[in-house]
Design a protein around this ligand. Structure first.
Ligand SMILES: Cc1cc2nc3c(=O)[nH]c(=O)nc-3n(C[C@H](O)[C@H](O)[C@H](O)COP(=O)(O)O)c2cc1C
Length: 356
């Protein structure tokens, strides 16, 4: 019989994952006030570990109290109360045999200044996304160009949040460099038109990501994982390819893998799509330039798709299937026929009702 790749263990540093399936990061907007998610939102994560997920990601946690928040009710991880709340979740995920990973992000120009205590919108360049903010129906604000002070301040927010995650016991910490949010905005010429040493060449556009990652690495102990998520697409102006071609993508990945990271997390619309007009997928193009452990996400919804995704990556993350099907891991194991959920199906993430 063919080896069951999905349910074979995988070793990353000192961690043995029990299988290759994980819960992708999912923002839930349930944390108004004290920036601690609603209890049922936290319990949802624990139940996914109970169902067998090897990895459970938090939602994108915002990195400061000033300009990082792009959606109402996002969570933070810098006060003792927030740390204590997450500590309980991490302990329960561990008790069910899962690894807990905290994802942190800054929205940059994907801003909604009213939900930020300081009401600011900052970005590499003074360029707003072209589309309207789907949640407000209004244009995104024209952002202020980040000064060196802003850059240093924002990096500090990532560092403080990573410290909070370490104290809460998370096994891994992810820098969200995907989906057209702040770090991704620096990486792409679509949003970065700076003429200082943070813009222009691939190396310059990577500089902010490098400074964030290197600064965060200093506070992440050797026995935890540091992960970087990257994509070629953004949540706004989603049709735009953030990188020009396969060569630019591979050059960027080449810089990324020189960072003190343990895993790359690759986010795609559909893991099967051929990338940049080549005959290879994003995962294959990435694999060509690095042997680093790799997670892949994008329309992995059943046993067949997970098996196929794992031919060019090590860990398969699912968002919508994990969100909507509390028994997804076991259903995959059983090889059940499972639906491919649509984006609209995921709106349930923002309901006030507890999810199963
Ligand atoms: C409700 C919802 C919230 C999401 N929030 C985040 C997030 O906070 N951080 C992130 O990196 N991706 C986020 N995503 C994107 C997912 O992690 C994933 O990349 C995407 O949904 C594709 O995976 P899927 O085809 O398995 O749903 C979100 C997706 C959904 C549906």
């Amino acid at each position: 019989m063919k080896d069951d790749i999905i349910f074979s263990p995988f070793q990353i540093k000192n961690f043995t994952l029990r299988n290759r399936l994980g819960v992708a990061p999912m923002t839930r907007m349930s944390s108004p006030g004290d920036s601690i998610p609603r209890q049922d939102v936290l319990d949802f994560l624990v139940r996914r570990a109970e169902n067998g997920a090897a990895i459970v990601y938090t939602e994108a946690i915002v990195t400061d109290y000033e300009s990082s928040q792009g959606y109402p009710g996002q969570a933070r991880l810098t006060t003792q109360r927030q740390i204590d709340a997450w500590r309980q979740v991490v302990d329960k995920i561990h008790a069910h045999g899962g690894l807990a990973i905290m994802q942190m992000f800054h929205c940059g120009r994907m801003a909604w200044p009213e939900v930020n205590p300081a009401g600011r919108a900052i970005a590499p360049s003074r360029l707003a996304p072209k589309q309207l903010n789907p949640l407000t129906g209004q244009p995104y604000p024209l952002p202020e160009v980040m000064s060196q002070f802003d850059i240093d301040h924002v990096i500090n927010g990532f560092v403080e949040t990573a410290k909070g995650a370490v104290l809460a016991g998370f096994d891994g910490i992810e820098v969200h460099g995907a989906h057209g949010y702040l770090i991704s905005q620096f990486l792409s010429t679509y949003s970065n038109q700076r003429d200082d040493n943070y813009g222009g060449s691939v190396e310059n556009r990577f500089r902010f990501a490098r400074e964030v990652t290197e600064s965060v690495a200093l506070v992440v102990p050797e026995d935890r994982l540091l992960i970087f998520r990257i994509s070629n697409w953004g949540v706004a102006d989603a049709q735009v390819s953030l990188f020009a071609n396969a060569a630019e993508w591979q050059e960027m990945i080449g810089l990324l893998v020189r960072m003190p990271i343990d895993v790359i997390s690759l986010s795609t619309y559909n893991f099967r799509d051929k990338a940049f007009g080549t005959d290879r997928t994003m995962a294959q193009l990435t694999r060509e330039v690095t042997p680093l452990p790799m997670m892949i996400c994008g329309q992995i919804h059943d046993r067949k798709s997970a098996e196929e995704a794992l031919e060019s990556a090590d860990i398969a993350l699912s968002s919508k299937s994990m969100l909507l099907n509390p028994n997804w891991v076991e259903d995959v194991r059983a090889g059940k026929t499972l639906p491919l959920y649509k984006s609209d199906d995921a709106n349930i993430a923002y309901s006030k009702e507890p999810l199963p």
